[in-house]
Design a protein around this ligand. Structure first.
Ligand code: TZP
Ligand code: MG
Length: 211
């Protein structure tokens, strides 16, 4: 099954800093038609992580969306989510596969051509590349790969390709045109006042642009 074009990442810290709640973000994204979502929390406790995961799970129950946890291989089965996304410093993909089993989705972040080639040989279901553009969300982000990096990654793998980093409604189409199957977005999901402050509107806009 192809990946949905919009990959919404709900980040705990970004959500808090913007003064919004996990519940309202999840509610808006579901209403806006999001079918692929990751929950990411780099700072909270296990308890907070599981509470937020449950909040999102309840909102998306029955929507047909695929729900992935960032990093937390240990919590996927407990939370009942569909899979996990790991980075280069996390548990290796083929070890993750032993823990979460076939049928659940595993994604991996890559930042160089060599990492894309290695990920292609692994049991990952999709490969993420980035940052495509400059991002303020990840303070320790690797160098920007640009649309050229997306094109190179596309040539190196036939696995589903997700692009991440600095993606907005304004530049999302160019990322798909460069060969990505899906765009992963964190800060670009947050609505402006001119959007009526609605996550639903932003999600709908992305889906329309990426159609
Ligand atoms: N990995 C590479 S860039 C990035 C991650 C997690 C952050 C993306 O956030 P934003 O706000 O969509 O630029
Ligand atoms: Mg990670």
């Amino acid at each position: 099954m192809p990946l949905p074009r919009l990959y919404a990442i709900v980040d705990a810290e970004v959500t808090r800093k913007r003064g919004r709640s996990i519940a309202e973000v999840a509610e808006g994204l579901r209403a806006g038609g999001v079918k692929l979502l990751q929950y990411r929390d780099k700072t909270g406790s296990d308890k907070e992580f599981l509470q937020a995961a449950e909040t999102i799970y309840k909102r998306f129950n029955g929507s047909g969306a695929t729900l992935l946890l960032n990093d937390r291989v240990d919590l996927v089965l407990i939370a009942g989510w569909d899979g996990v996304h790991v980075g280069q410093g996390d548990m290796p993909v083929d070890d993750v596969r032993i823990v979460v089993c076939d049928g659940r989705m595993i994604g991996v972040s890559t930042h160089t051509d060599e990492q894309v080639v290695a990920a292609d040989k692994s049991r990952a279901d999709y490969i993420a590349v980035g940052p495509v553009f400059a991002t303020g969300t990840k303070t320790d982000a690797e160098p920007v790969i640009g649309l050229e990096g997306v094109r190179r990654a596309r040539a190196l793998t036939s696995k589903p390709l997700v692009a991440i980093g600095g993606i907005t409604r304004e530049n999302a189409r160019s990322v798909i045109d460069a060969g990505a199957d899906s765009v992963a977005v964190i800060s670009g999901l947050f609505p402006k006042l001119t959007d009526g402050n609605s996550f639903e509107k932003v999600a709908r806009d992305f889906l329309e642009i990426l159609r």
